[in-house]
Ligand binder design. Structure first.
Ligand code: GTP
Ligand code: MG
Length: 138
């Protein structure tokens, strides 16, 4: 089984969508093997999203990710990385397929409710940034 890293972003925790989003993961066959609600500082958000540091929206992205609580989770399942990205839908909710998290809940391309790792290497790094091995319970 594969593991991937997920964040329920501040726009979604603010609107009390944590449970509705977790249900979409579970309905897709993904198991939540770790979960915690935390409030990142802007510096911590900046470190997490450093691959995007040259993008014009980087500062806005870091401000947003530090604007309220997030729920960091590890999802486990067959092809978990690809499956999670399928359930999330396209980055821009205007392009996201009906029934996906972003189609149903996202407010804009920036405030798009969820993050999901994009490859095995980034999944491993992102999980380790937020969780110790002891916190992963399959
Ligand atoms: P993540 O799972 O969050 O990494 O989303 P993604 O892989 O679908 O998109 P990408 O990695 O390209 O971008 C990372 C995040 O930056 C997105 O999820 C958005 O929150 C934000 N972002 C991307 N493009 C824009 C943009 O044009 N404007 C703003 N404000 N934010 C953007
Ligand atoms: Mg990405």
């Amino acid at each position: 089984l594969e593991r991937t890293f997920s964040i329920i972003k501040p726009d979604a925790t603010k609107r009390n969508l944590t449970g509705a989003i977790a249900k979409k993961f579970e309905d897709a066959g993904l198991r939540i093997v770790a979960s915690k609600r935390i409030h990142l500082t802007k510096a911590q958000a900046g470190e997490f999203y450093k691959v995007h540091s040259a993008r014009p929206f980087y500062d806005e992205l870091c401000e947003f990710m530090a604007s309220g609580p997030i729920v960091a989770q590890v999802l486990e399942g067959e092809n978990a990385i690809a499956k999670n990205r399928e359930v999330m839908g396209a980055t821009n909710p205007a392009d996201a397929e009906a029934g996906t998290i972003r189609a149903d809940f996202a407010e804009s391309v920036g405030e798009n409710s969820v993050h999901g790792s994009d490859a095995p290497e980034t999944a491993k790094e992102e999980i380790a940034y937020f969780f110790s091995g002891l916190e992963l319970v399959g």
